[in-house]
Ligand binder design. Structure first.
Ligand code: NAD
Ligand SMILES: O=C(O)C(=O)C[C@@H](O)[C@H](O)[C@H](O)COP(=O)(O)O
Length: 543
């Protein structure tokens, strides 16, 4: 073994005949990686074929050699590694795979159609585990192994009816996925899956108990909702397609009422589910419907805007706007999963992409300087985002990295403080003024743009009170400006702004509360700051 600790890019498991070797080789070929098959490695090591080894030494001896070899390869092989069908049944291998996953590994369960796999497994013979009535043996083994495979794998790929090339593409997309795990007190753990084709996981995330699915989406994302509907119908769900008014026009009590009526008319029960697909407005509404229908049913978010991917779809803040203000009615209600399918970004207009960078930068300011570095390094490419070119460009990896980091910041705060008793308020950096701007602009200003101005305002306030120096205020303006985000606003009176800031959810009684920075990555709560500083900071963002 070499001194440097390395590990496979992916480990492929599955039943005999699932295509582990064929598909694994194809994945390795496309990704330009080495491929190893545990059975072939074992044959080299023991100097004979597996049937002969079984016959001479028995299954127990074989499993011991197999487990030792797998343990070594999990520490020392940097490619695609396919395991024999029975390997994951050995407890020490299960532990080694769990450790590999904990180190960031991907254990892919290649879940083939039983008839196809059985037919392939029987071809050519040479499988000691299928001696006798091969079909009956295969079925028995499947019954024992399938639940274990599901447990030990963190990626499951269905290959029914697919050519090895198609299955390999699917595996590749899935092993390239980035997954952020959200957990914490009061949270049923769930994953945010980021990558190309993550929407394909919808049936797995919804699960088997669900019968009807309400697919809530807006018209501009029709192409993506068509795809989701097809996936859901293929998986056997009864799908109600619910198109809601676009953007903030969808986050109203009238729209919510219309959706509740549809759910009632179509017989939605507690075992049914909601899928929210679209920008943050659609996922906020869908989550709110899920939280309120029968006091809470399962929901999955499929965010399609950058902002929804990095922020709105995760964390369980659901809600609508009312006459009183933005997001003042809602609930904390956690999704069963979030599928951020980067393919959907191919149709995203440039201005809506840029808006999303407002929340990305906010997350950098409050916690993760790496986000700020990536934004600085790629500002001009990000600013020129073009959906039509995006998936074939190098920007794709940059954006995936930004999404993963930003969701990580969100998950950290949400995991520690789901109901926003303190720490989670830091995610609201820039929002006290931001929400007021949105309301005064009758929601024609985009959320992320308003948050960008709000961050500059918070920086000015922090500087006026002596927490940060002018350089950091200037940095806010230059970074946000370089991304194409606004840094000033001059379209409303101070008294209107102040009144709305008093309705912010962070306010207590007559006292305003803000989130400000002490330095990058160190936000603090600012309670009841002096009125003249609060107003002077506003004057400074008017220019
Ligand atoms: N719940 C939370 O934690 C949270 C966090 C941040 C923001 N939000 C909310 O999210 C909303 C803002 O989200 P947003 O910026 O996504 O705005 P949005 O939902 O209004 O979407 C912006 C526009 O882009 C369209 N769109 C989205 N994806 C598209 C795609 N792939 N192709 C083409 N068009 C697409 C939408 O239909 C809409 O017209 C606000 O209501 C904000 O309050 C909520
Ligand atoms: O998740 C949170 O908590 C946030 O504050 C994230 C914000 O970026 C987001 O805009 C959220 O919708 C604002 O929530 P609100 O409670 O201020 O309405």
């Amino acid at each position: 073994m070499s001194g440097v600790r390395t590990m496979p890019v992916a480990v492929i498991i599955g039943m005999m005949g699932a295509g582990k070797t064929r598909v694994g080789k194809e994945v390795a070929h496309i990704m330009d990686l080495p491929f190893a098959d545990a059975d072939v490695e074992i044959e080299h090591e023991v100097g004979m074929g597996i049937p002969e080894f079984f016959e001479r030494r028995g299954e127990q001896a074989f499993r011991k050699v197999e487990a030792d070899l797998i343990a070594d390869m999990l520490e020392d092989f940097d490619g695609i590694f396919s395991l024999g069908g029975g390997a994951p049944m050995t407890p020490s291998t299960q532990r080694a795979l769990a450790d590999y996953i904990a180190r960031g590994g991907r254990v892919v369960y290649l879940d083939a159609d039983p008839a196809e796999a059985m037919e392939r497994a029987n071809r050519g013979g040479g499988r000691p585990m299928l001696n006798g009535d091969a079909d009956a043996r295969w079925k028995k083994l499947y019954k024992e192994r399938d639940p274990v495979f599901r447990k030990v794998a963190n990626v499951r790929v269905h290959t029914r009816g697919q050519t090895p090339q198609m299955a390999a593409r699917k595996v590749m997309d899935m092993i390239r996925e980035r997954i952020v795990h959200v957990t914490g007190t009061g949270i049923e753990p769930y994953d945010v899956c980021i990558g190309e084709g993550t929407m394909n996981h919808l049936p797995d995330v919804l699960g088997e108990g669900v019968v009807r699915v309400a697919l809530i989406h807006t018209q501009p994302v029709q192409r993506h909702s068509d795809h989701a509907r097809t996936l859901l119908r293929q998986a056997g769900y009864t799908v109600s397609d619910i198109v809601v008014p676009d953007a903030e026009a969808g986050k109203t009590v009238d729209v919510a009422n219309g959706v509740w009526r549809r759910l009632g008319d179509e017989g939605f029960t507690r075992s049914d589910a909601i899928v929210g697909l679209g920008g943050g407005a659609a996922t906020d509404l869908a989550g709110f419907i899920a939280a309120t229908w029968m006091r809470g049913i399962r929901y999955v978010n499929c965010p399609t805007s950058l902002l929804a991917m990095v922020d709105a779809s995760t964390g369980g803040k659901t809600g609508i706007n009312t006459e009183a203000g933005k997001n003042l009615v809602g609930s904390f209600y956690t999704p069963a999963g979030v599928l951020a399918d980067m393919r959907t970004l191919a149709t995203l207009p440039n201005d809506i992409f840029i808006e999303g960078l407002g929340e990305v930068a906010k997350s950098g300011f409050i916690m993760d300087p790496e986000i700020l570095r990536i934004l600085e390094d790629h500002a001009s490419e990000l600013r020129s985002f073009d959906g039509a070119m995006f998936l074939d460009s190098g920007l794709k990896d940059v954006v995936a990295e930004l999404i993963e980091h930003t969701v990580g910041v969100k998950a950290y705060h949400v995991s520690a403080d789901l109901k926003e008793a303190g720490l989670r308020e830091f995610l609201n950096y820039g929002h006290t003024l931001g929400h007021a701007i949105e309301k005064l602009e009758h929601f024609r200003w985009r959320h992320g743009n308003a948050v960008a101005v709000g961050c500059v305002y918070a920086a000015e306030l922090s500087h006026l009170l002596g927490y940060i120096d002018q350089d950091l205020v200037d940095y806010h303006r230059s970074l946000l400006g370089s991304l194409g985000l606004p840094t000033s606003w001059n379209n409303g009176s101070w008294s209107d702004v102040l009144a709305l800031m008093h309705r912010d959810k962070k306010a207590r009684g007559n006292k305003l509360r803000f989130v400000v920075l002490e330095s990058v990555g160190h936000p603090i709560h600012l309670e009841d700051p002096p009125a003249d500083a609060v107003e002077e900071a506003f004057r400074r963002i008017q220019q």
